[in-house]
Design a protein around this ligand. Sequence first.
Ligand SMILES: CC(C)(COP(=O)(O)OP(=O)(O)OC[C@H]1O[C@@H](n2cnc3c(N)ncnc32)[C@H](O)[C@@H]1OP(=O)(O)O)[C@@H](O)C(=O)NCCC(=O)NCCS
Length: 469
Amino acid sequence: MLRQRPHSVNDTDVTRHNRSPMSLVFPHTFVPWFRAVAPYIHAYRGKTFVVALAGEAIAAGKLNTFVQDLSILHAMGLKLVLVHGFRPQVTEQLAAKGHVSRYARGIRITDPVALDAAQEAAGQLRFEIEAAFSQGLPNTPMANSTVRVVSGNFLTARPVGIVDGVDFMNSGLVRRVDQFAIRRAIESGALVLLSPFGFSPTGEAFNLTMEDVATATAVALQADKLVFMTEIAGIRENQDDPESAIDTEMALADARRLLETLPTPTQPSDTAFYLRYCVKACESGVERSHILPYATDGALLLEVFTHDGVGTMVVDEKLESLREAGSDDVGGILQLIEPFERDGTLVRRERKEIERDIEYYSVVEHDGIIFGCAALYPYPEARTAEMAALTVSPLSQGQGDGERLLKRIEQRARAAGHESLFVLTTRTMHWFIKRGFVPVDPEWLPEARKRKYNWDRRSQVLVKRLISA
Ligand SMILES: CC(C)(COP(=O)(O)OP(=O)(O)OC[C@H]1O[C@@H](n2cnc3c(N)ncnc32)[C@H](O)[C@@H]1OP(=O)(O)O)[C@@H](O)C(=O)NCCC(=O)NCCS
């Protein structure tokens, strides 16, 4: 006997006629909504996010919905590192052992009992998080989801030590993040889960803070976003008014200024508690850092896929002004480099040479004025490229523009498949050495560049090996 199809043609007709008013409206709201989200989906594919989830969020029963949201981001091609906190869970374990938590400067003092409690809490939480990612019930957002979670000894720690007479024992700080191993794992499609634990080279375990781990990891990976899912709604516009609106976007300079006026935080609810990590991350090359309230359902999705988002985003406003050069920039570049050509720091370049090579340049622009530039000259036959004409205006030197330009040029070189980047300099050797370049003999230069090398100028050649991101 033939199996009956669940719906005959007539069934469908009946269903169509029985549609509720809501389902008639749905296609008209869903399609425009989905299209409105599309630019964000395109923009974030392949980007790296480090997301820190406060232990309080898990204690408040938010884990499952949060994992569902992360899984959606993962399915959209984002590379994810999740760092969990465990303050309330450790406190609970300690209470079960009849001990009280001891804190100084907002950091737990990890005596042997607290270390035990932390290890137990971390083990339990990892188990719960892995279980949450393994769900796949039909008719839930996790149906068909396949997120593989990878954990490991990715963090090296060092002790906090004795500060102002307080011995923090096994409380530690991140010393090093194995960014290559994490990068390999996320590039292979896994989600990396980090607990706030690290080991010293002698194998001793250290209890770290979620904030330190997340920030150090985001910086090491040069992540596109660092997100803290926290117990606070964000940073208030007026610090004296707890009811004032949330500042949705703070320029890094403003966030720095605000931090200077705030007392050292001791509680996660203190304004400076997460903000200082956001500032640190942005200062170290993470483009955007966010403080989001875990209490808002879908806060992560709202922040990523809507224009205004929720919570507070700290952004390095200078990043917005770093871009590739166009023909309109030739005049500005000439004006910028001219004084350095005159005093012999830079080799002279003609206008027509810059016009011809303008696509090799990146510039830093504020309010229509060029404050910095650098160029990338490729030598594909030797799989290397030269960074030339790196210049920052004396008006804005020492604020990191030089470093940002270098990073951009490195990025462009990597994207073009070069294995190394070299520079020729007579006066800035140490600046480059500090940033990973090593001196080599001019004989090292690619043949085509060697022919142009000015032996009288005796420029030092420095090379940096590029590791693919
Ligand atoms: C080199 C240059 C691009 C750096 O720009 P910048 O915006 O000041 O760079 P950053 O802000 O990233 O770095 C500032 C740091 O570099 C140091 N620095 C600046 N010039 C330096 C030099 N010639 N040698 C060594 N260190 C130098 C600063 O003292 C500062 O040190 P700090 O981090 O300890 O405070 C800028 O000084 C410049 O334009 N110089 C003239 C042109 C030049 O020499 N270009 C290189 C040609 S190959």
